[in-house]
Design a protein around this ligand. Structure first.
Ligand code: T6T
Length: 327
């Protein structure tokens, strides 16, 4: 197992039982700073995404342990027009704290700044925004480092030759943009490998499946693919099987949700760069709780990643990083 430690890599077990409703039994405070139990709201990138489900489980568990009222929600898909109304509805509730995975590095910033100026403390979990004035804490994997690791693994699997392509979600997502940067920077050191232009699938597996098949048709020497996240990894695995190229074209994918684990077991995917969404969720709650108590807050927290292969996936120290599709 290779632990890819972040700036302050923290190893925490994944969360337990999921309930996307409020955790606390008492009502939250009516507005930031008022008396009574503090209220934290969580808005994830995509509600059904196992990465965010695992993060929500852990945040819920930590909030309950600290006596905080906790409610989680998330977008139905990776889209600013879907996530912005969620932010607006949270603003109306005036919670003491908001943990959010913004689906864009800039488009949601005005709404978040307005919420912050009304007294809600904001923690950016997983993704972030470009404006440094937003949020009292930013917690995520070292995504650029993860991109480097994926490229190193893929180059080795490809025998340092042939073409490779990156397929990811959409431009303007802080995490996947960083992964692409790390990957392409690393590949620049492998002159025998040609990096094709990056494709974006809008987080739709079916799009990724068709993109990989059209890439195969146009580039017979395609030897490797880097999938920027779970849905992309799923789609690429499907597309390679449909083209009967599974195992022949090597795949490194970010994340470790159930379908990706199945693809790893089947040999359709060779490397998964798993994150620790549970630690991100737990740390998010801890930092807001510290702020509520007037204690020091850590502005930037990097969480652990693990490179998973068929060789180490049955090690409990590795399999504990598998994401939950339903807690
Ligand atoms: O890869 C994770 C997350 O880190 C990223 O920001 C968006 O996609 C995922 O949620 C996986 O689908």
């Amino acid at each position: 197992m290779r632990n890819i430690r972040g700036t302050t890599g923290t190893l925490l077990a994944a969360g337990a039982v999921l309930a996307l409703a409020a955790a606390g039994c008492s009502s939250g405070s009516s507005s930031p700073g008022s008396s009574g139990p503090k209220t934290i709201r969580l808005i994830t990138g995509v509600k059904s995404d196992p990465f965010y489900i695992t993060m929500t489980c852990a945040a819920q568990t930590e909030a309950k342990a600290k006596g905080l009222t906790f409610t989680a929600d998330g977008s139905a898909q990776w889209d600013v027009s879907v996530q912005k109304p969620l932010i607006d509805s949270v603003a109306a509730a005036k919670p003491d704290g908001l943990l959010i995975s913004p689906v864009d590095t800039a488009a949601l910033t005005p709404s978040l700044k307005q919420l912050q100026s009304s007294g809600t403390k904001i923690g950016l979990v997983d993704t972030s925004v470009t404006d440094p004035s937003v949020g009292i804490t930013r917690i995520s994997s070292d995504n650029e480092k993860g991109g480097h690791v994926a490229a190193q693994a893929l180059a080795k699997l490809m025998g340092d030759k042939g073409s490779v392509i990156v397929i990811s979600v959409k431009p303007g997502v802080s995490t996947t943009d960083a992964r692409i940067k790390g990957f392409t920077d690393e590949m620049a050191g492998h002159p025998g490998i040609k990096v094709l232009p990056t494709l974006y699938d809008n987080d739709l597996p079916a799009t990724a499946a068709s993109q990989i098949q059209s890439t195969l048709a146009a580039h017979p020497d395609l030897g490797g693919v880097f999938a920027g996240n779970t849905n992309t990894g799923q789609g690429i695995a499907t597309g390679l099987k449909q083209a009967h190229k599974q195992g022949l074209v090597k795949v490194a994918a970010f994340d470790a949700e159930p379908d990706e684990i199945t693809a790893l077991q089947a040999g359709t995917v060779q490397v998964l760069v798993a994150q620790d969404p549970a630690a991100i969720g737990t740390q998010g709650v801890d930092q807001l709780a510290a702020a509520f108590a007037g204690k020091p807050v850590t502005g930037q927290i990097g969480t652990t990643m693990v490179a998973i292969t068929q060789q180490n996936m049955n090690d409990p120290a590795v399999s504990k990083y598998f994401y939950k599709g339903a807690c």
